[in-house]
Design a protein around this ligand. Structure first.
Ligand code: SF4
Ligand code: SF4
Length: 425
């Protein structure tokens, strides 16, 4: 471990303020499954203790949700610590063959939109049929069962043009990240993002050939794959001539904001990474200020804080303000909003049981709000909470992204169209 990371470890003063917001500590009450405990293990490893399977297990069980970063009064950079530690786990820990095979499958599939697209045909099976198959799959492999229940039914493909012109006076020119999971499973969110940006006076540049931003890889310690995907993404936006990139998936936004750190050791790339300004769509629209008319939407919404938006990017107020700016719309808070829903990138595939417990807990908190619509700004959270609501056997609550709600208001579609839009997600 570098001197730099040793310094980061020393920043922890063992106060324990982070413990109540750590989902794994909340679930199991084990010190070694808390941020403080994991930092202690990192210290032991830095001092020469080999990476044991137990140690790797405690690091694998961390969701990387960054609730501890928000809670820590000493400013401990747990995000950097766990990212480096995960890379060490990948280098030094020999995984069981089935775990290794599952990881290879996931990382050969999810960061590649074309391969994900090939999955669309078998996924035409309805969510209910896949849920019915889940118990048998669970006996074979809980991760496969999680995959079957999480992925939403295939949506109609949306082909976005390379450029969407601003409506009315042009106020900005921005790039838009389409993403891998967002692009393939939630194309309607990308379409709504482009429409809202254009209605608010932005030319939207959507480069062809952009793919995964590297978020899934970076959050799983696959630094080399992450760097390769980051460089390809940077080059795609450079070719398109835009330096501000609007992102509508929380995990992707937090990774793109850290490109300069990810590529710091690569001559030539660090400055190119720093020249790209990634910004979350809610953050960008709040900064830009409203221009288009908001039509009333009489609907109650429960707003879900995605960890990589709230904890990793500090974006909490902007989406709430955008929603509150819609006439007749009521925003309701979800209890325990700082606790992760269990999605956490690929966590719900690799740690399906813990993820399921957290998903059920979140679904119950969502239902307690009595809201008609759940708003989530991350595709992983949307899939995770939808699947948990289905598992609880409660009436499904429609789920929409913040930009889909805005889109419905700006186009005067009415609440019924919006509530219908989330069904079957
Ligand atoms: S990132 Fe989340 S799960 Fe991991 S130690 Fe911090 S609070 Fe706990
Ligand atoms: S990570 Fe921060 S909040 Fe948690 S024990 Fe260390 S200093 Fe305290």
């Amino acid at each position: 471990m570098s001197e730099d990371l040793n310094d980061l470890i020393k920043d922890c003063v063992h106060c324990g303020f982070c413990l109540p917001t750590c989902p794994t500590y909340v679930l199991w009450g084990e010190e070694m499954d808390s941020p403080r405990g994991r930092i202690h293990l990192m210290k032991q490893h830095a001092e020469g203790t080999p990476m044991t399977p137990e140690m790797a297990g405690h690091f694998d069980a961390c969701l990387g949700c960054m609730a501890c970063v928000t809670a820590c009064p000493s400013g401990v950079r747990y995000d950097r610590l766990i990212e480096e530690t995960r890379a060490q786990v990948e280098r030094e820990h020999e995984r069981e063959p089935d775990d290794r095979a599952l990881r290879e499958l996931v990382f050969a599939l999810f960061p590649y939109p074309r391969r994900l697209r090939a999955l669309r045909r078998p996924l035409r099976l309805s969510g209910r049929l896949r849920a019915a198959l889940a118990p048998s799959l669970e006996r074979v492999n809980p991760s496969l069962a999680a995959m079957a229940t999480l992925v939403p039914p295939a949506q109609r493909r949306v082909r976005l043009p390379a450029r969407v012109e601003a409506r009315g006076a042009r106020r900005a020119v921005v790039g838009m990240l389409t993403g891998c999971v967002q692009g393939e499973f939630f194309p309607q969110v990308n379409a709504a993002t482009a429409r809202v940006l254009a209605l608010e006076g932005c030319d939207v540049v959507i480069p062809r050939g952009q793919g995964c931003c590297g978020a899934l890889s970076v959050h799983s310690g696959r630094a080399e794959q992450a760097r390769r995907l980051a460089k390809r993404t940077i080059a795609a936006f450079e070719r398109a001539g835009v330096d501000t990139v609007v992102v509508n998936a929380a995990g992707c936004g937090s990774t793109m904001k850290e490109y300069a750190e990810l590529l710091a050791g690569e001559p030539g790339w660090a400055s190119r990474a720093a020249a790209i300004r990634a910004v979350d769509v809610a953050e960008f629209l709040a900064e830009l200020g409203p221009a288009a008319e908001r039509h009333p939407l009489p609907v109650s919404v429960a707003y879900h804080d995605a960890c990589h938006l709230a904890h990793a990017q500090g974006v909490r107020a902007q989406p709430r303000a955008l929603l509150a700016g819609i006439p007749a719309l009521e925003v309701r808070e979800i209890a325990e909003s700082a606790i992760c829903c269990g999605s956490a990138g690929t966590y719900n595939l690799f740690q399906p049981r813990a993820a399921r417990d957290l998903g059920d807990r979140k679904a119950e908190r969502v239902l307690e709000t009595g809201a008609e619509l759940l708003v989530s700004a991350n595709p992983g959270c949307t899939m995770q909470i939808t699947s948990a609501l289905r598992r609880l056997g409660k009436e499904e609550i429609p789920v929409a992204h913040t930009v889909q709600v805005l889109d419905a208001s700006l186009r005067g579609l009415g609440a019924a169209a919006l509530i219908g839009a989330g069904r079957g997600a």
